[in-house]
Design a protein around this ligand. Sequence first.
Ligand code: ZN
Ligand code: ZN
Length: 258
Amino acid sequence: MLAAILLSALAMTLIVGVRYLIVSGAFAWATRLRHPGLYRGLDAQMRREIRWSLASAAIYGVPAGIVAWGWQNRGWTRIYSDVSAFPLWYLPLSVLLYLAAHDTWFYWTHRWMHRPALFRVAHAVHHASRPPTAWAAMSFHPVEALTGAVVIPALVFLIPIHVAALGVVLAIMTVMGVTNHMGWEIFPRAMWRGPLGAWLITASHHQRHHEHYGCNYGLYFRVWDRLCGTDRGIGDFARAHARTARAAAPGGVPDRQP
Ligand SMILES: [Zn+2]
Ligand SMILES: [Zn+2]
């Protein structure tokens, strides 16, 4: 039994690690096509981001692997696979509940991580990415990775979710984690500048957190930031991109300081 649990934890670590490499790699590649030179001079930082992220994969993989084993073999969790077990409208609602719960947990633990002692010990690792890249998605100190790793494995015991809806939650989590650090927007300007962007977090919002620290702590939604007065609006990548273009021009000087 112990061997089976260990194997499940190992398999999940591999899945999380490979998923990270594929998704971050794909968006890093897209960045090279869309904004050539945006990550210029960040090679050492990106190597560091990848190392911390792969360590995080193990920390994420272990609780997820144990819970997955219990789900398959012991009937743990409230994950269901019979789609008629709950009304159909519950499918999107469950996704929203998971995102809202994760966002709430993230907002408050993230603010806690910004307390000076904890920041120095743990969260400084994530903020060493200046500016972050597509590889920074899971670049966390193990202490911080642990606070993130317990969320979904705990929620599956509390909130019923169809296995496919859980897949959607994990996909959103992975893609937003990468794109929010990527240094440019994949969404149309009308979306993140418009009414939807007033409540949803995309790269321009999280970039401002990496620039100014004491604001924009949220993960998916701006609700907690707005309620608690920590929302400082969204940044603008135009200046950074213009700087990259200038540096790439003949005779240009590489300069990535604001
Ligand atoms: Zn970040
Ligand atoms: Zn932070």
